[in-house]
Design a protein around this ligand. Structure first.
Ligand SMILES: [Zn+2]
Length: 354
């Protein structure tokens, strides 16, 4: 179960781990992840499997991936603007406690909720850092990531991802939003109108140019990228929180909430054992239609970070439309599946072990 206040003996290790918890531009000195960090956050029945050692060289892509994507498969199947009304969320919205599940249902799908726009304005970079995606530990050197990082120069404009009201804007010396004070530096939290209980958290800002209580609209300038708090270099840390904007633990994967960059789509992923037992910490390699591959690890917190709609345990945002072949090693097996990524929509890839 989730413990918000780790054992005192773990505190020092946690601080060390957090000290490099948001550093997309600098590779921290590798050190063993304190076991307490994992133990605190993994449900007791889960046994995290070892992360496969990443190959030093790029794995060879299966021959099928060089095929030209069928244009008909890249047609958006879902209009993100025509998704369910916010009221749909009320009865099913997860609490932190209800997200402690490890078994997935037989089906994998659900209505997309790609409600929101992109957080970086001014022509800056809106692709998230790939080796520290949501729920990942950067090869056991960091705590599992609670958001996505967008590497950009200090001063790059940051915009609201949706219509809403500023819940908080200012220093997290005065109000703590991370696991401790001064983790995110200058912070903006926006209560989003589009889903009843969703909040966007922007961390490490250089400047904050909105005030608490102010109404904002999607795309509106709110501040600039910085490197305040615990950050080794300038970047935006973005979280989506549910139910409780003050809880560091009430997070879901932003890749499942932001409309993809044009020409791209999203993959929700499950890696499971047996009858749907979600397995944490499994590396998935996705070979996609641009001839490149991407890697993602299943959430190290087990099912606790899964989106209630999908019960996924990994996701890849901004994948080019077309086919993607995913592989993972689990219990000595090589699991493989090929799925279509719809442009502007979401595809589902399920890797099932024995
Ligand atoms: Zn981050």
């Amino acid at each position: 179960m989730i413990t918000l206040h780790p054992h005192p003996r773990a505190a020092a290790a946690l601080v060390l781990a957090f000290a490099v918890a948001c550093s997309p531009t600098t590779t921290p000195t590798p050190s063993p992840l304190p076991t307490a960090v994992i133990a605190v956050n993994v449900a007791p029945t889960a046994t995290p499997s070892a992360v496969p050692s990443p190959s030093a060289t790029a794995p060879a892509a299966p021959a099928t991936l060089t095929a030209t994507p069928d244009a008909s498969t890249t047609t958006p199947t879902v209009d993100p603007s025509a998704v369910a009304s916010p009221t749909y969320w009320i009865p099913i919205w997860p609490t932190n406690e209800s997200k402690v599940f490890l078994r997935a249902p037989d089906t994998f799908g659900g209505d997309p909720h790609l409600y929101f726009g992109r957080p970086i304005g001014g022509g800056g970079n809106n692709f998230a850092v790939g080796d520290y995606r949501f729920g990942m530990t950067r090869d056991n050197t960091l705590v599992a990531h609670h958001g996505l990082d967008y590497g950009n120069a200090s001063g790059t404009p940051v915009v609201s991802i949706g219509n809403g009201v500023v819940y908080y804007a200012g220093s997290d010396h005065e109000r703590v939003f991370g696991p401790r004070e001064d983790f995110y530096g200058n912070v903006i939290v926006i209560q989003l109108n589009d889903a009843v209980s969703a909040y966007a958290v922007y961390g490490h800002l250089e400047t904050v140019d909105v005030q608490s209580g102010q109404a904002v609209s999607e795309g509106q300038y709110i501040g600039t990228v910085g490197a305040g708090g615990v950050a080794a270099g300038p970047h935006l840390h973005l979280e989506i929180r549910t139910d409780n904007p003050d809880s560091y633990y009430n997070v879901v994967n932003p890749d499942l909430w932001l409309r993809p960059i044009p020409g791209h789509g999203v993959l929700a992923i499950r890696v499971s054992r047996g009858e749907g037992l979600l397995v944490p910490g499994v590396r998935v390699i996705a070979y996609c239609s641009d001839g490149r591959y991407r890697t993602v690890d299943t959430y190290w917190y087990g099912g606790n970070l899964s989106d209630r709609f999908y019960l996924e345990n990994a996701a890849l945002g901004d994948v080019p439309g077309g086919p993607c072949t995913l592989t993972a090693q689990l219990d000595g097996q090589t699991l493989t599946t090929t799925v279509q990524v719809p442009v502007g929509g979401i595809g589902f890839a399920w890797l099932k072990g024995n």
